[in-house]
Write a protein that binds this ligand. Structure first.
Ligand SMILES: Cc1ncc(COP(=O)(O)O)c(C=O)c1O
Length: 439
């Protein structure tokens, strides 16, 4: 597939963005949907998507964009990948809904087996999976696993070590782990009270002291901070954290929801720093986003010894109506096949394309006064702009030229470059050309 093929087409914009149809739908949504979630952001309506394929999104006005958000990182293998569509159709013709924790189905067995083979956790050959319905749900499960495990050992460890910045989801349990005040403050009195927050990538000397006190049940870390500003962990930092956790019997939870399945140039971002050989891998790995090619799912893959704490003599104590959903399991199996079995496995492709992106972006701070710095790896890049207005203005301009990207982070000034890992190389560089013209 090359530039100009379906899913790899250059942008084509026919209207103002958002166009008249987007504005019409937005007015309806503003009336019908609760504020905050109705896509009206700071009083401004957004565009509405009509269809998407590969790296392209077409809006309801017929404008064609290149999606450098990969749909919040979900479309790792591109939008509407033919293998995903095929799996969806096949599964849709046999079984759409199962019976959660009561009666399963074969796709679910296959998915758990694939995850055990792929996800880098300690003692991976015997690892087990706890499926989830979203990323935040995966974090809930991981945190509860830690609580249950220490409880099973009669070891009262109440605290969680987390980092700043960090994004782990917004459900009430996961929100306690997330760092941004904007999300936390309205619910502050209701959040888990025993949270120890330390600077991401900062000195681990005080962390060591904290862990040695034996109060911390688990450390939760994004190996590369994603949504909160794209920050790779400093060299050696994760390995040192992993070693501290192991020494103090603190459970290490890696949140790979954004970074998993090839995004950073390795299948999982922990693999940049942690090695299976020295036993430093995480105890639990949270997955979501790109796992199912666009369908909602999450998963926690973990050491069997920890998962054992979930066994009950009665009802499942963490489950949901849609857990292990057949459609999502089927598309996850198809997605993992594409991620790992393409002619060039997608993590490798992300690393290769990422080198070209890195070279180009490195020149931006010197060339464009709006750009303060650049950070990232693989196909996950953050462009740190001078301030939030500049970031908002630049991404709006990009949108009007047909490039979708999100600007955010704690100070609202980091634009994220998160293309599908399957993006055509020429289309990627054409998109960077257009972005440069927007400065
Ligand atoms: C690292 C990380 N963890 C957890 C989540 C929450 O996932 P979800 O939005 O599916 O609940 C996200 C979502 O952006 C994320 O990036």
């Amino acid at each position: 597939m090359g530039l100009g093929d379906p899913g790899s087409q250059p942008p084509e914009i026919f209207t103002e963005v958002p166009g008249p149809a987007s504005l019409r739908y937005s007015t309806a949504l503003e009336e019908l949907e609760a504020p905050g979630i109705n896509t009206i952001y700071r009083g401004r309506p957004s565009l509405l998507w009509q269809e998407a394929l590969g790296s392209n999104v077409v809006d309801v006005d017929g404008n064609r964009f290149v999606d450098l958000t990969a749909g919040f990182g979900v479309a790792g293998i591109g939008h509407r990948h033919p293998k995903v569509v095929e799996a969806l159709a096949r599964q849709g013709h046999s079984l759409i809904h199962g019976l959660g924790d009561v009666m399963a189905h074969p796709q679910r067995v296959e998915l758990c087996r694939r995850l055990r083979d792929l996800v880098p956790v300690r003692d991976r050959t015997s690892a087990q999976t706890h499926l989830a319905v979203s990323g935040a749900d995966a974090l809930e499960i991981a945190a509860k696993t830690a609580i249950l495990h220490h409880r099973s050992l009669n070891r009262p460890r109440q605290s969680f070590l987390v980092f700043d910045p960090a994004y782990h989801g917004l459900s009430l349990g996961a929100l306690a782990l997330t760092s941004r005040d904007e999300f936390r403050n309205p619910f502050l009195p209701h959040l888990h009270p025993h949270i120890e927050r330390r600077p991401f990538g900062g000195s681990l000397r005080k962390v060591a002291q904290l862990l040695e006190e034996g109060r911390v049940a688990a450390a939760v870390v994004e190996p590369v901070v994603g949504r909160e500003g794209v920050r790779p962990a400093p060299d050696g930092w994760l390995a040192e954290l992993a070693e501290l956790c192991r020494r103090t019997e603190t459970i290490l939870i890696a949140d790979e929801i954004f970074t998993g399945f090839g995004r950073t140039g390795r299948l999982f971002a922990v693999e940049h720093q942690l090695s299976i050989d020295d036993g430093s891998l995480p105890d639990l790995v949270c997955c979501g986003k790109a796992l199912a090619g666009g369908l909602p799912i999450g998963a926690v893959v973990g050491r069997r010894q920890l998962m054992a704490a979930w066994s009950t003599s009665g009802e499942a104590i963490h489950t949901g109506t849609f857990v292990g959903h057949p459609l999502a399991c089927a598309t996850a199996n198809a997605t993992l096949e594409v991620v790992t079995k393409s002619d060039e496995p997608l993590a490798q492709r992300a690393a290769r394309l990422g080198e070209g992106v890195a070279k180009r972006l490195a020149s931006w701070p010197a060339r464009f006064e709006e750009v303060e710095s650049i950070r990232g790896l693989g196909l996950l890049w953050g462009i740190v702009l001078r301030d939030s207005d500049t970031a908002a203005g630049w991404s709006a301009k990009a949108r009007s030229r047909g490039i979708l990207l999100l600007a955010g982070g704690p100070e609202g000034r980091v634009a994220q470059l998160v293309p599908p890992l399957t993006i055509d190389r020429d289309l990627l560089h054409l998109s960077l050309d257009l972005l440069e013209e927007c400065f």
